[in-house]
Design a protein around this ligand. Structure first.
Ligand SMILES: Cc1cc2nc3c(=O)[nH]c(=O)nc-3n(C[C@H](O)[C@H](O)[C@H](O)COP(=O)(O)OP(=O)(O)OC[C@H]3O[C@@H](n4cnc5c(N)ncnc54)[C@H](O)[C@@H]3O)c2cc1C
Ligand SMILES: *[C@@H]1O[C@H](CO)[C@@H](O)[C@H](O)[C@H]1NC(C)=O
Ligand SMILES: *[C@@H]1O[C@H](CO)[C@@H](O)[C@H](O)[C@H]1NC(C)=O
Ligand SMILES: *[C@@H]1O[C@H](CO)[C@@H](O)[C@H](O)[C@H]1NC(C)=O
Ligand SMILES: *[C@@H]1O[C@H](CO)[C@@H](O)[C@H](O)[C@H]1NC(C)=O
Length: 502
């Protein structure tokens, strides 16, 4: 077994132990409600939870979803005559030793994808004075530093408490990126993946990353006329549909949950339109950003150990800004689809990708920003953003380029149903703290990408989290074995395992 794999197995065993120490028997007959289970949220996590319940023989459930469709952060829109993805765009972690279930779904629905190739990036770096020659020297430093940082991350796993930031690792390596080109490549390696800077991100929990360790280093970019959301169809096949539309009465759309009353006997869930639903248990899959907001009123208040976990984890912001031009002025030969802009200011319109391979003749490209820049851009007009972008493009490609005809700026952070794009593991959150994010309280269970210890942030995290939460609910409803947090770990062995009475 390679070292990173050994680390991951240890992680799984630890999580297993944490969870099972806290299991207590409960009388199934004391649970009450009109349905067995209410699933809140019809993103990948909620849909996969429903699939697992169905497979385990529980079909008397409902799904409450705030928007008018399933898919959540897997969502597309029409732009410049094509379908572009506002949210998730890549199947990340492919061609490795294990099969990523999301890649299996993509293959099953014959999703149109292109291999994401970053190998030629250093030959496609621009500054305010135009294209640069291949950055082989910077490349060499970046690669060596990244190798050092990855192995340091692996070695930290030996000490369960100890963690450092990615930036601390860069300092330890003895070279912190500072020149614009170095910063752009550094941004690409870390911010472009985690949507937060190296100063924030935990080294121990991101290097190596289970997604790439387990499922492979490759990623595939989804560009399909049906949208990336086509991968949800096989997962949602338990829902009755007609002519491609879901007509199952258990799926209740445009239901914004604003109150959850939870006890040891069941849950009562209210929605903004005045409806109330009761069930023996609920699975809550809204994003970490929504949990950090005041959208849902919990009665009783969530306990401090849960709130602490919710607020210490990060909801990051990642924004792909799409632009449509009357004609293309960027290179379209092989190995040029990805290019960097190295501004003096780190993170200023830094990573570009054109869609010539996916949508030939579309004249569409997109630029990605994250974190503070995402929030800044969400709060200004699209005209202002377009003016900033045109200035950047003119410095890269010269003054004679055409004005963009259309711009699309997704606003995930401002959207009260998401409040960001995906979770990122910041320095200072231990595995034990993390376990509290998924810990159930009485008959309220938690799912969603942010509750997946191995794959948080990714679609596969959402997928597995739905399965895990549903399995716990099945154990409780069918076998009277109900969990209630906070979860404890071995270091707290003499405390009572479950402080919440069941
Ligand atoms: C811009 C962007 C880029 C991304 N890129 C990638 C990528 O390339 N690859 C990858 O693997 N992952 C990517 N992700 C992450 C991925 O999309 C998510 O991890 C995953 O889709 C989350 O699924 P989920 O079911 O946990 O949450 P969600 O998809 O957020 O589902 C939760 C559902 O709950 C609903 N909801 C919220 N509040 C309420 C309420 N009060 N009442 C009722 N319903 C409510 C929401 O409408 C939503 O449908 C990206 C995300 C974004 C935003
Ligand atoms: C894209 O640009 C080409 C010229 O390069 C033009 O002929 C074509 O009509 C444009 N397509 C769209 C969809 O704008
Ligand atoms: C570009 O790449 C594709 C496949 O990767 C190949 O078939 C094609 O010949 C390449 N084109 C050029 C001009 O090298
Ligand atoms: C890398 O990109 C440059 C453009 O900057 C291009 O000329 C070159 O052909 C590309 N190389 C490969 C191997 O794709
Ligand atoms: C737990 O209790 C045992 C004896 O009951 C004691 O020996 C041990 O030191 C305690 N562990 C902790 C972490 O307090």
């Amino acid at each position: 077994m390679s070292e990173p794999m050994a680390k991951l197995s240890v992680l799984s065993v630890q999580l297993f132990t944490i969870l099972f120490l806290c299991m207590t028997a409960s009388a199934v007959s004391t649970l009450e409600g009109n349905v067995d289970v209410i699933i809140i949220g019809a993103g990948m996590a909620g849909i996969s939870a429903g699939k697992t319940l169905t497979e385990k023989g529980i079909t008397n459930f409902i799904i409450l979803e705030a928007t008018d469709k399933i898919g959540g952060r897997i969502r597309n829109t029409d732009f410049g005559g094509y379908k572009v993805e506002l949210g998730a765009n890549w199947v990340e972690g492919v061609n490795g030793k294990e099969l990523n279930p999301i890649w299996a779904l993509a293959r099953q629905v014959k999703l149109q994808t292109t291999l994401f190739d970053q190998s030629n990036l250093s030959s496609n770096v621009y500054t305010a004075s135009g294209a640069l020659p291949p950055q082989t020297d910077v490349d060499a430093v970046t690669t060596a530093r990244n190798d050092y940082i990855t192995s340091l991350g692996e070695s930290l796993s030996a000490n369960r408490d100890h963690d450092i930031s990615v930036l601390t690792a860069e300092r330890l390596y003895g070279s912190v990126p500072s020149a614009p080109v170095e910063l752009a490549l550094d941004y690409f390696l870390y911010d472009y993946e985690f949507a937060e800077p190296p100063r924030v991100t935990s080294l121990k929990n991101t290097q190596p990353l289970p997604t790439f360790e387990n499922f492979g280093e490759d990623s595939y970019f989804a560009a399909d006329p049906r949208g990336f959301a086509a991968i949800l169809q096989p997962v949602a096949s338990y829902l009755k549909s007609e002519n491609g539309k879901y007509v199952d009465p258990r799926l209740k759309l445009q239901k914004v949950v604003n109150k959850i009353v939870y006890t040891k006997h069941g849950v009562t869930v209210s929605t903004e339109d005045g409806s109330t639903y009761t069930a023996k248990a609920a699975i809550l899959t809204v994003s970490l950003g929504v949990l950090q907001s005041k959208l849902i009123d919990f009665q009783p208040d969530l306990p401090f150990w849960k709130l602490e976990a919710i607020f210490e984890f990060d909801m990051a912001v990642y924004t792909k800004i799409f632009l449509k031009f009357p004609y293309k002025f960027w290179r379209t030969d092989n190995g040029t689809e990805l290019f960097l802009y190295a501004d003096d200011s780190r993170g200023y319109y830094p990573v570009w990708q054109h869609l010539e391979r996916e949508f030939p003749g579309s004249n569409i490209s997109f630029v990605t920003v994250t974190d503070d820049e995402s929030r800044r851009i969400e709060q200004q007009s699209d005209d202002k953003t377009l003016a900033e972008i045109m200035e950047v493009l003119k410095s890269m490609f010269g003054p004679n380029i055409p004005e963009a005809e259309e711009i699309l700026v997704p606003r995930w952070w401002s959207n009260r149903l998401f409040k960001g794009s995906f979770s990122n593991w910041p320095i200072g959150v231990s595995l034990h703290d993390f376990a509290q994010l998924q810990a159930p309280i009485k008959r309220l269970y938690f799912g969603g990408e942010h509750t997946s210890a191995l794959y948080n942030g990714y679609i596969q995290g959402a997928y597995f989290s739905g399965i895990d939460a549903a399995k716990e609910v099945v154990k409780c409803l069918k076998h009277g074995k109900c969990l209630s947090g906070p979860m404890k770990d071995q270091r707290l062995e003499n405390q009572s395992s479950c402080t919440e009475p069941i």
